[in-house]
Each structure stands twice: as C-alpha cells, then as structure tokens.
Write a protein that binds this ligand. Structure first.
Ligand SMILES: Cc1cc2nc3c(=O)[nH]c(=O)nc-3n(C[C@H](O)[C@H](O)[C@H](O)COP(=O)(O)O)c2cc1C
Length: 417
C-alpha cells in the first residue's frame, strides 16, 4: 500500500554523527502502527555535499530503497522542480544530524542547496536533531538560530550532553536514535493532515502538566505511593510542545527521561508537587493534572528507619494531602482551561463527574484502571472525556501518544468555543 506510507524525508548534513544514519534509517523503517499495520514508514535520504563526506549515497540508497537526493539541479530530462516535489511529498522533514551551518541557514531562510531549498519549500513538521562541538552549540549565534526556529514551531530533539567525537565533554551529541525514532513515531501514530498551522495550534500558550506518582514517606526508606508510570502525562507534555506550546512538566518519580524543550520540575511528595504546580499555574493557559498524587500522607515521618524486630504491628495515622487540581481550580483565571484525570476502579462515570465539578475542571479524562491495556502502566489507554455540560466523548483503545493528541484536540476546541 504505497500510497498509505508515512513519508519521512531525512536530511543528513556534514557532521561526524552522520555515520549513525544507516542505523537510523533501519529503525525508522521498522516502526509499525498497531492500528494500521499496512501503513509503513518510507524514508528518503537527502544529503548535503558535506554530509556525503561522512556517509555514502550507496549505503543510504541500499537501506532506504530509494535514490539519494543530493543535487539541486538535476538532468535536463527531469521535468519537475525536485526540491518542491520532494518537499510536497514529505509527511515529515527530519534533519539528523543537523550541523550548526544548517541551523543558521534554516533560521535565515537561506536556500543554496537541495536540503535548504527543500526545507524552505516544505510545509510538513520539521524535526531537528543537532550534533556539533559543545562550543559551536553554546555559541550565541547558534543559540539565537535555535530560538528562532523554536519560535517558528521546529521541534528539537537533543542534543545530549556527554563525550563528543571532537574530544570535548558537554552538550552537542546527537540524541540517541531511540529518542529520534520516538519523536517521529508520535507523528506516525497520530498523523495530522490538516497542515502546519494546526500542528502548531498551541503556539504561544503555556501548558502545565503534572505527571507520575508522588511518594509520602513514613521513614527514610518506606513510602505510600501508586504504580503510575507517568507515561500519559509525559505524552501530553511532548505533544503540547510539538504543537507549539511552552510546557512545564511537574513530574513525580518516574523512569522516563526528561523530554527535550520542556521545563521539567522533578518533585517527590504531593506537597512539593502542589507547590510547583500552583506556581507554574499562575500564568498557565492550560493545566492538565495527569499525575496520580498520593491522597494521604502519614502524620509523622520517622527520622530513622522503623525497625521490624520486636514489633507485633505498626499503626499509622494518615491525613489527606493537598488537592492540587482543586486548589488550582479555585484560583482559576478567566480563559484558563483545566483538565483533570480520574482513574477509577468502579462507577467510573459517577466518580469522574463528581471529580469534574469538585476540581472546577473544563474536562475530565476518565480511565477504568481495572483493564490491563489501559491506565497506570500500559502504553495504551482508553478513556471517556466528560464535560460539565453533560457531554461525553469515547476515546477507544489507542497509544498514549495518540490519546495525548486527542485530549489536546479537545483542549483546543474548548479554547475556541
Ligand atoms: C571531521 C569533521 C567533523 C565535523 N563535524 C561537525 C559536527 O558534528 N557538527 C557541525 O555542526 N559541523 C561539523 N563539521 C563542520 C561542517 O561539516 C561544516 O560546517 C559544513 O560546512 C557543514 O555543511 P552542511 O551543513 O551543508 O552539511 C565537521 C567537519 C569535519 C571536517
């Protein structure tokens, strides 16, 4: 089903990290959409002249199954304008690795070779994975170019910090291939065909997301918590960033890397999460409470580990913790949108509706946590969106990154009502 392919145009520039692109192509082509197994990822490679110093067109041609595009001026027999045709055919333009040079060219709109001309003609989302020496990355010129590109809606993946090929330590390593493929996967699983304006429909907004569990310690080693993985909240934060928002992610302890381009505030207890979320919410346009904060905390926390030996049992007094979203809801500014989550094991709709009202929310995402393919630990989720006016919307089982976009679609509609 060639016409159902998701077409990634991979621009490769003159960085030593270009050698990794052989593996990147394989990883991109191996991606599958469980909801549409016939829909494959088609990768076409576009090399700058300097990129071709680091990886050969033959390697890329063999791995992609397509000719490699390098020349702006093709032979006289070709009738179409290649950079425009290639730009139009792409569902996504991914530049990896991206040199300091291409960032500068993209920022000012220079179009002096095939890749920069294609980028200028391309209306598909632009994903950039920079790779360069730490001083090149930190240079004010590069940082100004990055800021300009971010402002225009480009998505940056990395760079990471670490040991660099040039012998330096610091930020400049191309992001791991898994991180790059995960960023592409979000588009592949949830393609948006409407055009770049809708992709960036949260541009200029501040979105605050809480994610993950919190911990309430009873002594230095033991705590009350829950199995929340943070995946739904992180997917929401990443999707909101991709759609142009400035995102603050207040995260409890989870095993997920801090997403690029997002201000992540790590917290442990519900009180810490409340402090950070309330402070961030002051100028937020949208607050999404996807965290599962502990609802109760021990009245006392022992300074030393409570010993088991010699005890027949242990009694503990618990007090309710701050209701973070309800507090934000009480202080809600006109126009601010609040999205709550309800993870319930019984009477889903009744409990979720009660919570929707109590939290002054505009929307609640109700999850039935008794099914194994939805809720806390799963990669997938199914939910019911409930609104204060009694409306409801069913979101069938889907990947959490796709669901994140569905929830943000609902937020955009609420803002536009
Ligand atoms: C061995 C070698 C490694 C290089 N690695 C990088 C790099 O990682 N990042 C970068 O921005 N430039 C790097 N450069 C410099 C770029 O190749 C140079 O700026 C070039 O003009 C980039 O052209 P392009 O962006 O059109 O591919 C490297 C150059 C050499 C010789």
């Amino acid at each position: 089903m060639a016409d159902a392919s998701f077409r990634v145009m991979l621009g490769i520039t003159g960085s030593i990290a270009a050698y990794k692109c052989a593996d990147l192509v394989r990883k991109l082509r191996a991606m599958r959409n469980p909801d549409a197994p016939d829909r494959r990822v088609e990768v076409r490679a576009m090399l700058t002249d300097h990129g071709a110093q680091f990886i050969t067109p033959v390697t890329l041609q063999t791995l992609t199954g397509f000719p490699v595009y390098q020349e702006l001026f093709v032979s006289a027999e070709e009738w179409d304008v290649e950079h425009v045709g290639l730009a139009d055919s792409a569902d996504l333009l991914l530049i990896a690795p991206a040199t300091a040079n291409i960032l500068a060219k993209l920022a000012i709109g220079l179009a002096d070779d095939l890749l920069s001309s294609t980028a200028l003609a391309c209306t598909a989302p632009l994903l950039i994975a920079p790779a360069m020496n730490v001083h090149m990355w930190e240079h004010p010129a590069t940082q100004a170019n990055v800021a300009m590109l971010l402002e225009r809606g480009a998505i940056f993946i990395g760079p990471d910090a670490g040991e660099l090929a040039c012998g330096y330590e610091g930020r400049g390593r191309m992001a791991p291939l898994e991180t790059i493929t995960a960023a592409v996967e979000a588009y592949f699983l949830h393609p948006r065909v409407e055009g770049p304006e809708t992709v960036c429909d949260l541009r200029g907004l501040h979105v605050v997301v809480t994610a993950g569990p919190t911990r309430e310690y009873l002594d230095p080693v033991r705590f009350l918590s829950n199995p929340s993985s943070g995946k739904m909240g992180y997917a929401l934060a990443v999707a909101a960033r991709r759609r142009g928002a400035r995102v603050t992610l207040v995260s409890g302890p989870v095993n997920l890397p801090a997403p690029d381009g997002i201000t992540t505030i790590p917290v442990v207890s519900t009180d810490e999460m409340a402090d950070a979320a309330l402070a961030a919410a002051v100028d937020a346009d949208v607050v999404i409470g996807a965290a599962a904060p502990a609802d109760f905390a021990p009245t006392e926390r022992a300074a030393q580990k409570v010993k088991k030996a010699g005890r027949a049992g242990l009694e503990m007094q618990l007090v309710p913790t701050t209701d973070i979203l309800a507090t934000i809801g009480e202080r809600k500014r006109p126009g601010q949108i609040i999205v709550a989550f309800a993870a319930e094991s019984e009477e889903l709709v009744t409990h979720a509706r009660e919570k929707l009202i109590r939290k002054h929310a505009d929307l609640i995402v109700a999850n039935d946590i008794t099914t194994p393919d939805a809720g806390f630990l799963a990669d997938t989720n199914r939910a019911l969106l409930l609104y204060p006016d009694g409306r409801s919307e069913d979101l069938p089982l889907q990947h959490k990154s796709a669901m994140a976009d569905r929830i943000l679609d609902a937020v955009v509609k609420l803002r536009n009502r």
